[in-house]
Ligand binder design. Sequence first.
Ligand SMILES: C[S@@+](CC[C@H](N)C(=O)[O-])C[C@H]1O[C@@H](n2cnc3c(N)ncnc32)[C@H](O)[C@@H]1O
Length: 342
Amino acid sequence: MNSFCSPSAQAAPQVAVGSSQRRGPLRAGERVQLSDERGRLNVICLAPGGQFHTHKGFLDHDQIIGCPDGSRVTGSQGQRYHVFRPLLSNFVQSMPRGAALVYPKDAGQIVTMADIFPGARVVEAGVGSGALSISLLRAVGDHGYLHSIERRQEFADIARGNVQSLFGQVHPAWRITLGDLQEQVLKHEAPGSIDRVVLDMLAPWECLDAVARVLVAGGVWISYVATVTQLSRTAEAIRADGRFTEPLAWESMVREWHLEGLAVRPEHRMIAHTGFLLMTRRFADGAGPLSPRVQKKTFADEDLDAWLALESTKRPTSGRKLRRAARSAAEGTALAQDDSGT
Ligand SMILES: C[S@@+](CC[C@H](N)C(=O)[O-])C[C@H]1O[C@@H](n2cnc3c(N)ncnc32)[C@H](O)[C@@H]1O
């Protein structure tokens, strides 16, 4: 008999963090998604005695609490809804936010292409609203390690609230540090101790040396950037450094399809551009590119200065809006904790 496949040889599975939040009857403190007869969605946080109001009447939260996921409920004026526990992709798109977040289509690509495995030691920056942190934590699992570094306190607060709200508790694999990746990662992580680095920020090339130092030989570094100027600058910096493989760049587009009888066609609208992904791997020390690269003319410093000046004129999100988002993320956490007794 092949003992490799024998179930008796395997350890009994433990209950993974957050899995109990995804199962069982709908509970007070959970965010749920209501969809009406026209498919319109509303996300509400269930509270005992709470009510959801529209111009068509109201719906008591108590009617939903205790129901199975996917139930049908009826409001005060006979209006009908389906109620579902949001999937990770729904949760992320409706959670409080302060910065642009990594959409599920890109998070899926990052997890797979960066080869984020259960138990992996991963560094991520910036954290923004914590959307990508959630996918990374799911992938490293309870016995992995995700160190998220964020330079702005307000964003760190929003992310903390969102992550705890999704998992229902503080995730045992998560550590969040305030500051710049360039400094913090070298302060907290030993050289060659990190399996994967994931960056989503304006200037990933500024982190190149720090990433090269903490990344294990063979480790993966993936960057998510919004513009071609960032993509080009990061790729050229990686090439010039010599400690990384030739970078691979791509983007993904997801186009939904309309399905109705014989009218089966692509939807008219789609989110075509979110960002570009750029991936590379760390050579072992002493190993480098096999053949010297011919350095082509890239771009002039004036071009770069012009672009950076343009980026810095973008209106920053107001402190008031960020504090409101952080309060809303923290409310989700408090309700989830009350309910789970943590
Ligand atoms: C677009 S947001 C990240 C969104 C996040 N990935 C998500 O899915 O919600 C970019 C974040 O990077 C942070 N940031 C920029 N440069 C940084 C650096 N060098 N170190 C740490 N954080 C940085 C910014 O403050 C901002 O919160």
